[in-house]
Write a protein that binds this ligand. Sequence first.
Ligand SMILES: Cc1cc2nc3c(=O)[nH]c(=O)nc-3n(C[C@H](O)[C@H](O)[C@H](O)COP(=O)(O)OP(=O)(O)OC[C@H]3O[C@@H](n4cnc5c(N)ncnc54)[C@H](O)[C@@H]3O)c2cc1C
Length: 627
Amino acid sequence: MEYYAGEYDVVVIGAGHAGCESALASARMGLRTLVTAMNLDSIAMMACNPSIGGPAKGNLVRELDALGGEMGVNTDKTLIQIRMLNTKKGPAVRSLRAQVDKKKYQERMKKVLEIQDNLQIKQAEIVKILVENQRVTGVVTNLGAIFKCRSVIVATGVYMKGKIVIGEVSYDGGPNGLFPAMQLSGSLESLGVKLMRFKTGTPARIDSRTIDIEKMTVQPGDEHINTLSFMTGELRLDQLPCYLTYTNSNTHEIIRRSIHRSPLYTGDITGVGPRYCPSIETKIINFPDKNEHQIFIEPEGTETREMYVQGMSSSLPEDVQLDVLHSVPGLENCHMMRTAYAIEYDCIDPQQLQLSLEHKRVEGLYFAGQINGTSGYEEAAAQGIMAGINAALKLKGKAPLILDRSEAYIGVLIDDLVTKGTNEPYRIMTSRAEYRLILRQDNADLRLTQKGYEVGLVSADRYQRFIEKKTQIDKEIERLKKKTISMNDPVREYLESYGSAHIKSGISLYELLRRPEISYFTLDQIDEEMPQLEMEVAEEIEIQIKYEGYIRKQLLQAEQFKKLESKRMPQDMDYSSIKGLSLEARQKLKEVNPTNLGQASRISGVSPADISVLMVYIEQMRRAKKE
Ligand SMILES: Cc1cc2nc3c(=O)[nH]c(=O)nc-3n(C[C@H](O)[C@H](O)[C@H](O)COP(=O)(O)OP(=O)(O)OC[C@H]3O[C@@H](n4cnc5c(N)ncnc54)[C@H](O)[C@@H]3O)c2cc1C
C-alpha cells in the first residue's frame, strides 16, 4: 500500500562513492536532500581494493576536492599508507595512491552525511521513479513510501539486478553479501532508459596471521606524506606496509587445468568485464608467455586481520581459488576469510545523458557512478559531485557546470562517457587526456576552486586558503623573475656542487631554476631572501617554472580546442536534412545530440568531412538568423 512519506528537492538513490558526493553537494548548496541506501552500514563501502587514487584517479580525487567534495578529506582522515607513484616521470603522470582503513572510511563518511544540514539519510530500496510529462516527481520504496521531489540522482553502483558468480554457483546478490536491487531496472526501462549488462570482480581476503611475509617484498609508504585534500596540510602517520609477491608456473598451471570450470569461459558470465582490471584467469589465458604476475597483499585496516589480494580478482570455484592462493610464495598456508567473486549488474548507456549527467529525455533525472558504465571509487565520486552540483544548479534556475577536456580529468571522464559511450567498464587513465600537462594533480585547486566557489560549494575557509596559496605562488614567481645573481664564490661553489654550468653575466633565479639540475629547494643556499613556503606551494612554483615552455604550448593547444567547443549547436537540429553528411554521422549526431562542434567531432563515426559540412551549415544558419 503506497503512502505519502515526505517531500525533498533532491532524492539520491544510493550512498556509495557517487551518492555520497551527490548528496553532500546538493545539501551544501542549500537543497533539501534525501539520500537512500539498501543498507546504511554500506554507506561509502569500499567493495573492492582498500585504496584511493593512482594514475589519473588521484587527479580525479584532487579535482573533486578542489570543487568542495569529500572523498579527498575522508581519505586523508582514514589513511594507513600513501605513496606518490611515477616520481621518476614528469609531473603530468605523477599521482598519489592512498591505502585507507575501509571501516573508518565508511564510519567517517556516514558521520559526515549525518551531521550535514539539509540532508537526511534513509535505509530503503527505491523500486520506482515517478515521472509526469517527462519530468521526475518522486520515488517509491519497496515498503510503499512515496517521496516527492523535483530531482532524482540514480547512483546504484553494482546493485541493480546484481548476480554473484563463483565457479558453478551463482545467485542474486549485491556486493559483500548484501541484497541486490531487483526492481529499479524495470522502472528505468519503462521510462525508456536503455540498460546494459556489465560485470566486475574482486579478489579474496585472507587472514594476515596465516601469511609468510618473509617470502615477500615489503612495500612501505613514502617518508614525506602528501595528501589527497588541499585542506589537510602537514600529516604525521605510522604507516602500515603492503607486501609484494608473484604468481608462478604452478599457479598458472592450476588455473589452466581448471579453466573449464571458470564461468568466464563456460559462458555463465555474460556481462562485460573491465579490460584494465582483468581477473587472474583472464591474465593467465591472455598473456600465456608471462612467467609471473605481481600480487600485492594490502591491509584492509588497522583493526582487522583481513588482507586484500590485489591482482587476483577471480570467479573461479572456491576450491580452485584455494589451490591458486596456496601456490603463491608467502600464501602457502593462508586462510581465505572472503572468497573472490564476480558480480554482474545492470548499468545504463551513458550516451543517453547530457554533459550535466541529466537524462536527455527525462527532466530532473540524473545518473552518476558505476551505473554510467565506469569502474572505480574515484570515477564514481567525480560523477557524483557533478550530478549533485548540476541538479542543484538546475533547481536554482542556473546553467549547469560543465568542465571541458582542457579543464579537468572530470571533464575528460564525462565527455568520454556521454559523447563516445562505453561498451565495457570505463576506467580513467592519463592517456585519455589530451592536455595532461595542464591537468596535473598538483594544480587541481588552481584550476577548479574558483568554479566550486562560484557554484556555492566551496567553503569560505577553503576559498581563503586557495587565494593565499595562489598569491604566494604568483608573488614568489615574480620575485624569482626580478632577483638576479651574478658569478661570485658562493654562486660558483653552488653551481659546481650541482654540476651546473657557470654563469657569464647576471641571471634571474627564475632562469637559473629552469636548469634541470637546479632545484627550488636548494636555492636558499644562494638566496637569503627565500620565503618559508609549504612544500606543496614550493613544488607548484618549481613545476610552473621548469615546465613553463611545455605548459605554454599545451595551453595554446587547449585554446584551439576551446574554439571548437565554443561553437554551440542548437539542440533541435534536424540532422537528416543536412546535405553532405554521411548516413552514419546523421544517425550518431541524432543519438548524441552534441551541444557544440568540438563534442560532435569526438563522436565515433563522425568524420572530419562531416564536421566541415556542419561548420558551413552552422555558419549559414547564423547568417540567416542575423538577416
Ligand atoms: C565485486 C566488485 C569488484 C570491483 N572491482 C573494482 C575494480 O577492480 N576496480 C575498481 O576501480 N573498482 C572496482 N569496484 C568498483 C567500485 O566498488 C565501484 O566502482 C564503486 O563502489 C562505485 O561506486 P558507486 O557509488 O557508483 O556505487 P556503489 O559504491 O556500488 O554504491 C551503490 C549504492 O546504491 C545503493 N543502492 C543500489 N540500488 C538501490 C536502490 N534501488 N535503492 C536504494 N539504494 C540503492 C546501495 O545500497 C549503495 O549504497 C568493484 C566493486 C565490486 C562490488
